[in-house]
Write a protein of this length. Structure first.
Length: 39
């Protein structure tokens, strides 16, 4: 149905890993793609 969201940029992925938020890290690509599409 929906295309696969693009991978996160390395710098954003590094910040999310440092913050230790695995659920946010898992949801981030889809949320980012949705936010860009709704602009």
């Amino acid at each position: 149905m929906n295309p696969t969201p693009p991978p996160l940029p390395e710098d954003l992925l590094a910040v999310l890993k440092r913050m230790r938020l695995p659920y946010l890290r898992a949801a981030a690509p889809e949320v980012l793609a949705t936010a860009k599409a709704q602009r």
